[in-house]
Design a protein around this ligand. Structure first.
Ligand code: FAD
Ligand code: NAP
Length: 333
């Protein structure tokens, strides 16, 4: 494993922030994992860099995870079990699955990043979370120097959350994920504009048509990171108590909301941000996307600190207007 020095991270983060890393190494085989302990410590891990905001030069070793491979472990009449190496691109896995007619992850089409990062924030979109298809996650423990496999109940999956964002944060490198996909998909088209898009496509629901509908919707709404730097949704959608919701509703009758059980209600963060006047905002090269207020954008030369400051201003104004404190979804380095 070769260690490179003073490397710009510009090609490795979708926000398009140009800061250097003191050292960079690319993990391409499991053998490389045994050498990590000989590198200057601590190390940090990067997959596709699509959920990261870089605010300063990174003084550590950055490990780029590029472990590749998709293996069909076994199958029965109803299901397939796939072991997927963590460096595979998530969307390539979706394309592989829908190409075979296997269901379960078609609603998660076009999410950037790697398979290894998918369980970390339990990626979700259009009513589906990746945890519904994950059987187990295998990681390399950076200090214990051994492989561990966690079955799904032990991953503590939650809304954009898992054990890998909590207790195990910074301690492990996820090396592979086992997925259980179905040969007899049931379709989830009730969310957002999927049904409308299927009608426009004049296509009956199938894993392929749903993935294509999601791709079409996402392409029309979200900025392409290859053109405009961004990391998707910058904030999580907050959940508030029903009591707080009722109080807010008295002042904001049009507030969208989704019950999530146990008396809690999810409020779309994009709506809160838009109500505070941020949608389409731009100062220098840091801005808020004009079609989706949850997405902060780098129009070219914004620094990580400028984007961080913008995110703090948004948090402050939403707190002031609604009494809700937004939580950042993006990881900040
Ligand atoms: P990175 O950004 O490289 O890393 C994210 C975090 O995980 C970092 O803390 C990193 O250290 C850690 N990490 C990465 N790989 C490993 C590993 N193998 N082992 C241990 N730690 C690791 N997310 C959603 O949930 N739903 C969406 O619909 C969605 N849409 C998006 C749309 C756009 C346009 C963009 C830019 C982003 C979107 N995201 C979405 C966010 C992002 O794509 C996901 O969070 C994705 O899983 C990040 O993967 P990555 O490989 O780029 O992770
Ligand atoms: P949208 O359809 O305009 O909906 C706005 C918000 O309302 C979403 O965030 C969603 O919450 C919630 N919502 C909408 N319909 C819902 C329903 N039927 N039940 C429960 N909650 C509902 O959202 P969008 O911005 O175009 O994004 C579409 C999907 O892609 C969403 O699931 C979103 O999370 C996902 N996405 C995620 C990222 C990211 O970086 N994390 C980036 C882009 C898109 P949820 O977010 O909880 O689903």
């Amino acid at each position: 494993m070769q260690l490179q020095h003073h490397i710009s991270l510009l090609p490795y983060n979708t926000f398009g922030i140009d800061v250097p890393a003191a050292h960079l190494a690319i993990i391409t085989t499991p053998q490389h994992l045994h050498h990590i302990s000989q590198l200057p410590q601590p190390v940090r891990i990067l997959g596709g860099g699509s959920n990261i905001l870089l605010t300063a030069p990174v003084p550590d070793v950055v490990l780029l995870n590029r472990l590749m491979g998709i293996e069909l472990l076994h199958q029965d009449q109803d299901h397939v079990w796939l072991s997927v190496s963590a460096g595979e691109l998530w969307h390539d896995l979706v394309l592989h699955a829908i190409g075979q007619g296997w269901g379960g992850i078609e609603n998660l089409a076009l999410i950037p990043g790697t398979v290894g990062a998918a369980p970390i924030q339990n990626i979700g979109a259009y009513g589906v979370e990746v945890c519904s298809t994950v059987e187990s996650v295998t990681y390399w423990h950076l200090t214990d120097r051994n492989f561990v496999t966690l079955i799904t109940p032990d991953c503590k999956f939650g809304y954009r959350d898992s054990i890998f964002k909590q207790e195990l944060k910074g301690k492990v490198l996820i090396t592979s994920v086992v997925f259980k996909l179905t040969k007899h998909p049931t379709f989830n088209t009730s969310y957002g504009a999927i049904e409308q898009e299927l009608q426009q496509m004049n296509a009956p629901p199938s894993v392929q048509s749903i993935a294509q509908a999601v791709i079409n919707i996402r392409t029309s709404k979200l900025p392409n990171p290859k053109i405009t730097g961004n990391a998707g949704s910058f904030f999580k959608n907050p959940t508030i108590s029903h009591t707080q919701y009722s109080q807010l509703l008295a002042q904001h009758a049009a507030m969208p909301h989704y019950p999530v059980g146990n008396g809690w209600v999810k409020i779309p963060a994009a709506w809160l941000i838009e109500q505070c006047g941020w949608k389409g905002y731009r100062k220098g090269d840091a801005g808020v996307h004009n079609k989706q207020a949850l997405v902060l954008v780098n129009y070219g030369a914004a620094t990580g600190n400028e984007l961080w400051q913008l995110s703090s201003n948004i948090v402050d104004s939403v707190l002031q207007k609604f009494g809700i404190e937004l939580e950042r979804e993006v990881q900040v380095w």
